[in-house]
Write a protein that binds this ligand. Structure first.
Ligand code: ADP
Ligand code: MG
Length: 425
């Protein structure tokens, strides 16, 4: 979207705000402000002296940009209930009901429901892992929201690994670790998001070890998430690793095509958009790596149709979301992929394309073949030409990667990161 358009919209938002709040209050904050930048997800508004990022792709804060969500919800959000006594900041909009389930996330989803229904029943701890943007935080929030509704007396605390760390450091500095302990050890359920953050931090791991043991012995529920399995988290103390592995470990994988379509449907409907099937199919086909991206695309479409009052057609989708597709369709060339891999693994492109058979080289070569097949329209023969191999070698490399993706989560994560990087090109 163009900045001029955004600024027109921004003025309208300000005008709308002035209807509900004193104009002087709005002016205090927003006088002479304007939209300075928009990257599809984050709007940067320049205030008189400072430049502030209005929105952050941050689920915990449950904020979205005042442009990509309607002006009304923005105002409404100011009135959301203050965080409860447990002072966990949990977005109330994240529920089990609005989590779309498919084969890539159904184990994680049902485990979370089970934990919400019967805390410390059979699954303890519950450990969710998977690449970023696939719904781990959403599921934790859903557990908390479901408990708050059905069992408001349950003492629940949601924090990120980083918050846990900061709170503990704070407590140590202020010499009130007793308070910290009572806060964490008297809970019915503790959820820690991105627990990998504490790895490598000795004091924090030590404290968490005792927190974990206390809660576990009292038969309280513990839920953890991470971007990796306990085994794969580097510098994690062994005694923590074994504890993380005591309950259920459930993974979340990138959404399969059917799930992508279903998520697109749900996200568009929740914004009151009705997308024709061809547009849905096209989106699901092209926006693949994570759900956050899907949301970004839907919000862009919403903003466009809001501003122009036009219905969304395939052509409009293609042009509004050209940034998303061009990279997947045309900007991404075999050379670009090879260069990226070369940089990432510190391996000359000639080696990737060449005949060396060491495990490392073959790993990168197969990755390259797979990505070129996924991102470009080259025929098997033409891909073969790049690597000086025939098309049957290309097929078997591709199949090898597909198979490996199913049972090697390290590999999976590596590929996911590469795709995310390519999607940003
Ligand atoms: P993670 O914590 O794994 O990085 P998040 O939970 O922050 O991912 O998810 C990113 C965004 O995608 C959130 O806005 C979330 O609501 C949405 N999302 C992820 N998975 C789903 C799903 N299956 N159905 C609906 N929304 C989803
Ligand atoms: Mg998260």
């Amino acid at each position: 979207m163009e900045l001029t358009e955004l600024n027109e919209h921004f003025s309208r938002v300000l005008a709308a705000l002035k209807e509900d709040h004193a104009a002087s209050t709005i002016d205090l904050w927003f006088k002479d402000s304007f939209v300075a930048d928009f990257d599809g997800r984050t709007v940067t508004v320049a205030l008189e002296n400072v430049i502030t990022l209005i929105t952050k792709d941050d689920v915990a804060a449950e904020e979205s940009s005042i442009f990509v969500s309607a002006p009304q919800p923005y105002v409404a959000k100011q009135e959301e209930p203050a965080p409860d006594e447990n002072d966990s900041v949990v977005g109330s909009g994240y529920t089990f009901e609005n989590f779309v389930v498919g084969s890539s996330n159904k184990v994680a989803h049902s485990a979370c429901i089970a934990v919400a229904e019967r805390p410390a029943g059979t699954i303890n701890p519950l450990f969710l892992y998977g690449p970023s943007g696939l719904g781990k935080t959403h599921l934790l929030f859903a557990i908390v929201n479901s408990l708050r509704k059905r069992r408001p007396r349950t003492k629940v605390r949601y924090v990120t690994g980083e918050q846990f760390t900061n709170e503990l450091i704070d407590a140590i500095t202020k010499k009130n670790t007793a308070l910290f302990r009572s806060r964490y050890r008297n809970l019915d359920m503790l959820l820690i998001d991105d627990i990998q953050f504490i790895a490598g931090k000795m004091v924090i791991q030590e404290e968490f070890f005792h927190t974990f043991n206390t809660l576990y012995q009292l038969q309280k529920q513990i839920v953890l998430t991470s971007d990796k399995t306990p085994k794969e988290i580097e510098h994690l103390e062994e005694r923590l690793r074994t504890r993380f592995e005591m309950g259920l470990i459930a993974d979340i994988q990138p959404p399969e095509p059917e799930l992508r379509t279903a998520i697109f449907k749900q996200k568009t409907q929740s914004l009151g958009l009705d997308l024709p099937n061809d547009v849905l199919a096209f989106l699901a086909d092209n926006i693949r790596s994570n759900v956050r991206q899907i949301e970004g695309a839907v919000k862009k479409l919403w903003a466009q149709s809001f501003i122009t009052s036009e219905e969304i057609t395939l052509d409009m989708a293609k042009s509004v979301l050209s940034d998303y597709f061009s990279k997947e369709r045309s900007k991404i060339t075999p050379d670009l992929i090879l260069e990226m891999l070369s940089k990432r693994y510190g391996m000359p492109t000639d080696e990737i394309k060449g005949n060396r058979r060491t495990a490392n080289t073959v790993y990168v070569r197969h990755m390259a073949i797979y990505l070129i097949r996924e991102y470009t329209d080259l025929s098997l023969n033409n891909v073969g030409k790049i690597f000086n191999r025939d098309h049957s070698t290309i097929i078997s490399a591709y199949k090898g990667v597909e198979a490996r993706l199913k049972n090697d989560s390290d590999f999976n994560k590596d590929l996911h990161e590469i795709k995310a990087e390519l999607d940003e090109k």
